[in-house]
Ligand binder design. Structure first.
Ligand code: PGA
Length: 252
């Protein structure tokens, strides 16, 4: 048994209307184990409705992104205060789609995480190498840089509160999940980096999720790895049946 509690999050990305959100969450809430830690990162527009639908369940509702500004003239941005107000308990930070399509870098993501910590919103910090970095053997260098730069300036207590999601960019939405061996090796590496920077006790507490083409067929094997403490599920979180199977793949 792992001492860290498994945490599985579905990332809906830019999908689902309000009525789809409500019915999905109502049904999912009845199917999951009350002791399970399961979250859904929903679009901003669905946050309040999702939080309301999840109120009587153990489901955690979160956002996919947030501004590092408090408030003011930032057209199109959403603040941490607004997330809290809409019931978000966590937010993704630095997802590879935000890094690559919207030019977010480690220092910008660091500012977002800092703001989330200020507002007691649990950051789910996404890291991972591109295909080119993977093929040229630079995975560890990239992961180390992302962890050190993205979590710069935070105390061990703050780092313990943060979830890390290792998502190799080449595995996201491609149907080519990393093998459990590769995932375990890279998670253990991330934990070593955390131990070097913030101490072993802190590193042992940090939840490290894997994401990238997770399905009901590979979830159980991935979750069996000693350093895999959860999953971040994109495409397979959109259908109730597949997401429920993934959540139930964890043994409690
Ligand atoms: P995927 O996405 O499961 O569709 O590969 C994962 C993610 O982007 O978080």
């Amino acid at each position: 048994m792992k001492s860290r509690q498994t945490f599985i999050i579905g990332n809906w990305k830019m999908n689902k209307t309000l009525s789809e959100t409500r019915s999905f969450i109502t049904e999912l809430g009845c199917l999951i184990h009350p002791r399970s830690q399961v979250g859904l990162a929903v679009p901003f527009t669905a946050l309040a409705a999702a939080s309301e639908a999840a109120a009587q369940t153990s489901l955690m509702i979160g956002a996919q992104n947030v501004s590092f500004y408090d408030n003011g003239p930032y057209t199109g941005e959403i603040s941490c205060q607004m997330l809290k107000d809409a019931g978000a308990a966590f937010s993704l930070a630095g997802h590879s789609e935000r890094r690559h399509l919207f030019h977010e870098n480690d220092s910008l993501v660091n500012k977002k995480i800092e703001k989330m910590l200020e507002y007691n919103i649990k950051p789910v910090y996404c890291i991972g190498e591109t295909l080119e970095e993977y093929q040229s053997g630079r995975t560890e260098t990239v992961l180390q840089r992302q962890i050190i730069q993205g979590l710069k300036g935070f105390s061990p207590q703050q780092v313990e509160f943060i979830v890390i999601a290792y998502e190799p960019v080449w595995a996201i939405g491609t149907g080519k999940a990393a093998t459990p061996d590769i995932v375990q090796k890279n998670h253990a590496f991330c934990r070593r980096v955390l131990a070097e920077e913030w101490g072993k006790d802190t590193a042992d507490q940090v939840i490290i999720q894997y994401g990238g083409s997770v399905t009901p067929a590979n979830a159980e094997e991935l979750l069996k790895q000693p350093d895999v403490d959860g999953l971040l599920v994109g495409g397979a979180s959109l259908a109730l049946e597949t997401f429920t199977k993934i959540v139930l793949a964890n043994s409690y």
